[in-house]
Design a protein. Structure first.
Length: 345
């Protein structure tokens, strides 16, 4: 297939681009190259004849129409989004503009293109979302595809809105859509503002490792390359109009995750003292959800997918990647907001 991947220079998007190219697909990578994007993420495929890059904003309808007309994709994989909860607390407007209005313009451009092509039934619009749209869990239970939406942050509210629009475009206009909601991703090429890369880089710099509250918030951790595999499987074999939850089956408290990373660094690059001694508990994030957990039964039972990487294996791979790719992450440290705490408003 020829895939139009939005946000393909970002963390998850670039993993999808690399995997899709390895699987023999053609890829058009559409990215606005905002602060979290990096073309180095897709440098390994940039010279391939079946790869094309388009710098464009999903809010720019004219640019979208041109890209659809010029490249004639068989499917859209929509990953372009503002995704950092802390940034959404400080500046929610950007999240509404990109995640809500941008998705609207992309849906309309895709619908216009699909109609113009005679409404082919093998066309797909795959919208990639988050488990955060479901709100917060207590100590028990898991999110399923039937869990009511209950977003708690400007970020998750903007993603919930985009999810609803995607479903509405299928019900109202017949656009063949697929929807996935994933748990927390981690792995290579992760922009250094999320928990895992921040812990690694602060430890290496001998800086305090800030942990919100008491570190008891629980997340399900999904290795990004497993996620890319799952997304392409859903695109190829998922049922139109259906949603699929994608989880790593790896729940961990934040404090336990941080200590696991510190232990790996103690072994791979020993310091003068254990890295866990750098941990500092700080004031919690406003509206911090207690626990997320995904029930992946649908994608497992219907499509035969399960994660292949355990949390221990994935963290080991991730830490080794950051140790081996200092030039990549060091070039990003001077970007806006990196290295300081956000989301305290």
């Amino acid at each position: 297939m020829k895939l139009l991947v939005t946000g393909g220079a970002g963390f998850i998007g670039s993993a999808v681009v690399r995997r899709a190219m390895a699987d023999g697909h053609s890829v058009v990578n559409l990215d606005a190259l905002t602060y979290a994007a990096c073309l180095e993420n897709v440098a390994s495929v940039a010279d391939h004849p079946d790869y094309a890059f388009e710098q464009a904003d999903i809010r720019d309808r004219a640019a979208l129409d041109r890209i659809f007309s010029q490249h004639r994709p068989d499917a859209v994989m929509h990953l372009a989004a503002e995704s950092h909860v802390d940034r959404s607390i400080d500046g929610p407007a950007t999240f509404i503009e990109t995640n809500v209005l941008g998705t609207f313009h992309l849906l309309e451009a895709a619908r216009s293109y699909w109609n113009g092509q005679g409404r082919p039934q093998d066309f797909r619009f795959h919208h990639i979302s988050t488990d955060e749209v479901f709100g917060s869990l207590g100590e028990e239970g898991m999110f399923t595809e039937e869990t009511p939406y209950d977003p708690r942050s400007p970020y998750s509210a903007s993603k919930a809105s985009s999810d609803h629009m995607v479903r509405a475009w299928q019900e109202t206009y017949g656009l063949p859509i697929l929807l996935t909601n994933c748990s927390n991703n981690y792995g290579p090429f992760h922009f250094p503002e999320k928990l895992v890369p921040v812990v690694i880089l602060n430890a290496l710099a001998n800086k305090p490792i800030a942990v919100y509250g008491k570190g008891e918030n629980v997340r399900d951790w999904l290795y990004v390359e497993d996620h890319a595999d799952a997304l392409l499987l859903v695109l190829e074999k998922g049922k139109v109009g259906r949603s699929y939850n994608i989880g790593g089956e790896n729940e961990a408290r934040n404090i336990d995750l941080v200590q696991m990373i510190c232990a790996i660094l103690d072994r791979l690059r020993p310091g003068t003292r254990p890295y866990a001694s750098l941990i500092e508990f700080v004031a919690d994030r406003p509206g911090h959800d207690l626990r997320y957990a995904i029930d992946p039964a649908r994608i497992r039972d219907e499509l035969g997918w399960r994660p292949s990487v355990t949390l221990e294996e994935g963290l080991e791979r991730t830490v080794r990647w950051y140790l081996d790719n200092e030039a990549w992450w060091r070039a990003l440290l001077d970007r806006e907001g990196v290295g300081r705490r956000l989301g305290t408003a």
